[in-house]
Design a protein around this ligand. Structure first.
Ligand code: DGJ
Length: 575
């Protein structure tokens, strides 16, 4: 398989803000010195983006932000269920719900089997209807390309692909059994996917691009995900003849060059495998990385990455919107093959970045409870954090944390159309306040002037240094004992944004906040003023002045759980 040479440029950036983390039992003082790695991007196509002002990514301090219609854009999204975009009669009744839930973007599948039912004959009726409806409901669109692979499988390939195993060979299990998975070692399959994806991107440009026939003054389609949860199952690698041949061949020099260039900044696992075998620079995959499941996975990740990059590049040549891939994460204790292995997972960042320079970032689908741990692995080495999927049952406090602590570009619960009570559910409540905060969040991302909080128990606390103060944030149940006894402890959290060294916006749910001055000595922190309020068109509108019982007579700031609120707090110090 021949792909254009990949570029694997990396540079280092400055460390981020100092942060104290305390988990109740001991205080861990961590200085998060993140040595970031600049985004890989297709230099050739970047010029196109900035010239025409189509949606694109820009650096903002240490953050990366999505720019839409010339302004930074924070995706308050929701992803549709897999089949929900295949019939507009089914989907149309839900558009008002998305507005009621204060979404500003919808993440929508586009199905290879439906846009190219016959080889070379394209039908974009659904795509046009989605874009038109999104415009009518003031929503942006992130399209998901359900092409060669979806949750590892090739179930969305058109029938003419599925039924021609000779032209479009399958991956095979170790047992030799055929799988409904296109092998990534087939140029024919790759070119067919790339052709369909390029046709889709050309069509999107034609109707929504700079001179798009359906475009009013703004762009509707803002990003595209290429494939969905690529990953090899039920074995760590493909055992088809094409795969076996590649596995026994030399590791591509292109990859060796990247590894040599970035030897000192490789992910630990990657580096260890290479080091254990003497940092060899020639040989087969097992000669260079050793024998075992991790080598099988590295091998597959390279070829999945190259195939996907070829598809992405074909699409970008038609319309260079930001493009990314998403990963199914790893359950504890699972081994490669048990989980969809070789996908864009944290331990494979080096391989995916080297293999797929036309992808702008790698994204996690976070359904597990340890949300903060997983998103931290993707806010890494300059990779922008975008969460295309997460459990719609988990608290939207996750979003506050992702935006404030990890400069996330966007957040999107899955199967959004299945949520009841769109006017009052927790996505609606949480997004309403996030919508008000968006200008302030975007202004403060990447500047070390904002922190996120996420707490799951009354025993947890988070310590944050901002401005002239050290904040201690506890779960509201650390104070409201009665509720604590009455059932499970809900996830709570939010964000603290510094307006000045003594003034802060605190937003979220279920947080109890105390503070100390950083001046030391006998200096004591006190509450100057504390208002609950709203932002209307970016302007602060104060409501209640909180004092007395609402601040425990000036001792603490308290955001009650069960709802999302904003407070503006002015602190002062005395001796
Ligand atoms: C993750 C996938 O990306 C989605 O398409 C969907 O299958 C969900 N899992 C279901 O939980």
């Amino acid at each position: 398989m021949k792909n254009p040479e990949s570029s694997c440029k990396m540079t280092l950036e400055l460390p981020r803000r100092l942060r104290h983390l305390s988990v109740g039992r001991h205080k861990t003082i961590m200085s998060i010195a993140v040595f970031s790695v600049a985004l890989l991007s297709a230099p050739v196509l970047d010029a196109q983006r900035s010239d025409t002002g189509i949606p694109h990514l820009v650096k903002h301090g240490t953050a990366t932000q999505l720019v839409v219609d010339g302004k930074p854009f924070l995706v308050l999204g929701g992803e549709l269920g897999n089949s929900s975009a295949s019939d507009m009669n089914y989907l149309n009744p839900f558009w008002k719900n998305f507005e009621q839930m204060h979404l500003n973007a919808l993440i929508v599948p586009v199905y290879w089997e439906l846009i190219e039912p016959e080889e070379g004959h394209f039908n974009f009726t659904l795509v046009d209807s989605i874009i038109t409806a999104a415009r009518q409901h003031k929503l942006k669109i992130v399209f998901l390309w359900f092409g060669s692979w979806k949750n590892s499988m090739s179930c969305y390939t058109p029938l003419w692909v599925k039924t021609d195993e000779k032209r479009f060979p399958r991956a095979r299990a170790k047992s030799g059994a055929a799988l409904e998975i296109l092998t990534p070692f087939s140029d024919e399959s790759r070119d067919a996917d790339a052709g369909a994806f390029a046709a889709l991107m050309k069509h999107i440009r034609t109707i929504d691009g700079p001179n798009g026939s359906l475009r009013e003054k703004s762009y509707t389609v803002i990003m595209v995900q290429v494939e969905n949860e690529i990953g090899m199952i039920p074995d760590a690698r493909d055992y088809s003849p094409e795969a076996n041949k590649a596995f026994k061949a030399a590791v591509p020099q292109e990859l060796i060059n990247c590894l040599e260039t970035h030897k000192d900044s490789l992910e630990a696992g990657m580096r260890n495998s290479w080091e254990e075998n003497g940092f060899k620079t020639t040989g087969t995959w097992e000669e260079i990385f050793g024998q075992g499941l991790s080598t099988d996975e590295l091998f597959m990740a390279w070829y999945f990455g190259k195939y996907t990059d070829y598809v992405a590049e074909a699409g970008k040549r038609e319309y260079p919107l930001p493009m990314y891939v998403n990963a199914a994460l790893i359950r504890p204790g699972y081994k490669p093959g048990q989980y969809p292995s070789a996908g864009p997972l944290p331990h494979l960042f080096d391989i995916w970045r080297a293999a797929a320079p036309h992808l702008d970032f790698l994204a996690p689908d976070v359904y597990f409870a340890n949300f903060s741990e997983w998103i931290g692995k993707y806010d890494h080495r300059g990779n922008p954090l975008f969460i295309p999927e997460c459990a719609n049952s988990q608290s939207v406090a996750n979003a506050y944390f992702a935006f404030a602590e990890h400069n996330a570009i966007g957040f999107s619960p899955f199967s959004i159309e299945s949520l009841e009570d769109p006017d009052h559910n927790q996505v609606s409540q949480g997004y309403k306040v996030l919508h008000e905060l968006t200008p302030l969040i975007l202004e403060n991302q990447g500047k070390g002037t904002m922190a996120g909080v996420l707490l799951d128990s009354a025993g947890q606390e988070d310590k944050i240094t901002l401005g002239n103060y050290l904040f201690t944030v506890k779960h509201e149940y650390a104070w409201r004992f009665a509720e604590r006894e009455s059932g499970p402890t809900p996830r709570v959290g939010g964000m603290i944004i510094m307006l000045s060294p003594d003034e802060f916006i605190i937003a979220g749910t279920g947080m109890l906040i105390t503070f100390e001055t950083r001046a030391g000595g006998n200096s004591i922190a006190g509450i100057g003023t504390d208002y609950e309020g709203r932002f209307v068109d970016g302007k602060w509108v104060p409501g209640l002045s909180l004092n007395g019982d609402q601040t425990n007579q000036g001792r603490q700031v308290f955001l009650r759980g069960g709802k999302f609120t904003i407070q503006r707090v002015r602190l002062y110090s005395y001796e």
